[in-house]
Design a protein around this ligand. Sequence first.
Ligand SMILES: NC(=[NH2+])NCCC[C@H](N)C(=O)O
Length: 379
Amino acid sequence: MINSFDEWSPLKEVIVGSPINYNTQDLELSFKLFFHDVAYATFLYPHYEKSNDSNAAIAATSSTRKLGKKYLEELTEDVEELVTTLEGLGVKVHKPMTLSHPIKFKTPYWEATCIPALNVRDQAIIIGNEIIETPPQIRARYFENDLLKPIFYHYFNQGAKWTTMPRPIMTDRSFDMSYVSSDRTPCVENIYTQNTSEFDVGHEMMIDGAQCIRLGKDIIVNVATENHWLGFQWLERHLGDKFRLHKIFQLTDNHIDSIVLPLRPGKLLLRHPQFLDKLPEFLQKWDIIYPPEPTENIFPQYEDDELILTTKYIDLNILSVDEEKVIVNSLFPELMTTLEKHGFTPIPVRHRHRRLFGGGFHCFTLDTVREGKLEDYFG
Ligand SMILES: NC(=[NH2+])NCCC[C@H](N)C(=O)O
């Protein structure tokens, strides 16, 4: 039976994402907005960092980009190692349906190319015995959760609650651009054009499961745009009788699981002290583990035109198997040492291309069954 209230209780069942046929990326408005900070800001604003012309061209046009075959093969090996490791630890692994071939689709409003259900953390959140499917923020991901349906039906047949948040129409004008066009990063309007459509309904609810962190009765949620704010309000109205939802305003652009991850009651992994003030006060009182600074040599060298979708902090995106064991990227041994010093047992799994495919072990997994029940850690 589905049961998961936090990020650390003993893991019994998990969904591990599938990389099969992750071949393309549609470089269009929703994708660029989502990955603005990590992938686009640096070359849209040449004064931040030196840019090259091909990057600037990628930023300005809408196109479909092919991903390297070799990277996908290596990613597939690494995901298989993750699966074997979890199974070796006695965890039951569920796999999404694979995307058997590239599929283009059309809604009444726009077109996109499907990507596989790889970052399964993003578009669903498990709260106790309920699956909540969150509304996509990237057009290509609109039908991604369909690949999880056999698993969701399996849990539904066992008695799970299964809810889908309102789905966005996702015209250009559905997106709140204030985050990317604020003073932090000026002049963006010239690059991201929002066309009008007869189906514009104003800003719509869009938020990802990976913007939320579950701590029993308390759930923290990163809100950076009005799209997220609408999603936050939905979650609060839906869950508010039983849970306390805490909005964190602009901790970052969207996902927070490479910045803050609770590893057991009282212990929090936090990317950098600069984020501490933004956390709710009750969390600031926990013991904070600061990771070592990742160096560039832990990542593969890529050609200039490879699109990097994450920060160099992506390896903080670890998955707890219980209050002691955590699955950590073996390519970042310094992080393992730090965790050991704090009483954890890191379980190394290699993960090479996390920066190209946008996720670490926490992103690639959705913990559906953990032991334990709803606890109030801060009441
Ligand atoms: N659930 C996820 N897909 N999380 C990935 C977060 C990556 C984060 N934007 C970073 O660049 O560090």
